[in-house]
Design a protein around this ligand. Structure first.
Ligand code: NAD
Length: 339
């Protein structure tokens, strides 16, 4: 808004612990004087012809602002309900899922110095939803790889690698077996490489990547990885496990051709909802990714540093998921003190 100099951002607070961790983000943004005005956005699902759909006003709001921050959404239990997360991905054509996984300084987990960035193709591959019975006891499930979707995600991966200043882009694949499908994914990346002469393109078979990343994660600290959908799904959780030992700290970005949605990786945590126990870090770090995407790097760095130094300061300032004694609100206050 040129009149106020503020950005307007739709905020989907989500279910379960969503409102509590969203409150933490809003308080910290306000204390850090981030020039953002939040607009509440309710994506509460409606069902049209048995399909999960997002209400039109929410779709319009997000299309207008091009960006949204999102808390966790609970998937209604019952037959035929497609997850709302998948619905959001389809509605806004969010083709790339960006998942950084970094060790938290001074917080001891199994590994130290993990600094991984993975970009997962988010629209096709094994998630195309094309499965059928050929004859009883024989199922065919189709993995779809198209040049168009591959080029889109790989191009984004080159751009992201350049933007964060890493020298290498690594394509993770299994083209030794999926010769045509993964073969095309690798070929498209090799074709695009000539447009990015300052980035070194490398390819690696997924089994080798997994062995390397669990034995020497630091081998990947100077790279961004990109891969087809299912490999990305599995590898991104592996990376989170290596960096923090939990998903509770992991942020993510869902990038589309127009709209981008930033969200914590974890779910609605119904077991601790409403108890002031949830760790807001994953949503906070997602909001930090959003600020960087918007070019508000100074605010992003200030908030990121305050969150990380709060966690590093000791167990009295960590929430229960990190074996600490802090509540959501006391953690939030500590972050605000450190801004
Ligand atoms: P979950 O991530 O909600 O919970 C798994 C465990 O992690 C629980 O013990 C929970 O207490 C803990 N946890 C999660 N987030 C935490 C936080 N911020 N602080 C402290 N502890 C935290 O996974 P689930 O139980 O499998 O799923 C619950 C609901 O969330 C389901 O309806 C599922 O569909 C939905 N879900 C949504 C998303 C999303 O919106 N992106 C992702 C995963 C699951």
């Amino acid at each position: 808004d040129p009149a106020t100099g503020k950005f307007t951002v739709p905020f989907i607070e989500g279910d379960g612990v969503g409102p509590e961790i969203s409150e933490s983000v809003k308080k910290i943004f306000s204390a850090a004087k981030v020039p953002i005005e939040w607009v509440p956005c309710d994506v509460g699902p409606i069902f049209v012809n048995g399909q999960t759909t997002i209400p039109e006003p929410a779709v319009e709001l997000i299309n207008k602002h091009l960006i949204a921050l999102k808390g966790p959404l609970a998937t209604p239990i019952g037959k035929g309900h497609r997850s709302l997360n998948l619905t959001l991905r389809k509605t806004f054509n969010l083709f790339a899922n960006v998942r950084p996984a970094r060790s938290i300084p001074n917080y001891k987990s199994t590994y130290e110095n993990v600094d991984l960035v993975l970009i997962r193709e988010n629209t096709e591959g094994e998630y195309s939803g094309i499965e059928h019975v050929i004859t009883p006891g024989v199922i065919q499930s189709i993995k779809l790889i198209t040049r168009e979707a591959t080029e889109r995600v790989v191009r984004y991966a080159f751009e992201y690698t350049q933007a964060i200043g890493r020298p290498r882009l690594l394509v993770i694949h299994k083209s030794t077996i999926q010769r045509m499908a993964d073969g095309l994914f690798v070929k498209v990346a090799e074709e695009l490489a000539s447009e990015y002469p300052d980035i070194k393109l490398e390819t690696e078979i997924i089994d080798k990547s997994i062995l390397n990343v669990v034995s020497k994660p630091e081998l990947y600290s100077d790279a961004v990885s990109v891969c087809p959908n299912l490999y990305g799904d599995i590898l991104s959780d592996l990376n989170s496990g290596l960096s923090a030992g939990s998903l509770g700290l992991t942020p993510s970005a869902n990038i589309g051709d127009k709209v981008s949605i930033f969200e914590a990786v974890h779910g609605s945590a119904p077991d601790i909802a409403g108890q002031n126990k949830a760790n807001p870090t994953a949503l906070l770090l997602s909001s930090v990714m959003m600020l960087k995407h918007m070019g508000l790097d100074e605010h992003a760095n200030k908030i990121e540093n305050a969150v990380l130094t709060t966690i590093a300061s000791g167990s009295e300032n960590r929430t229960a998921d990190l074996s600490g004694t802090a509540s959501t609100s006391s953690f939030t206050e500590e972050v605000i003190q450190r801004l």
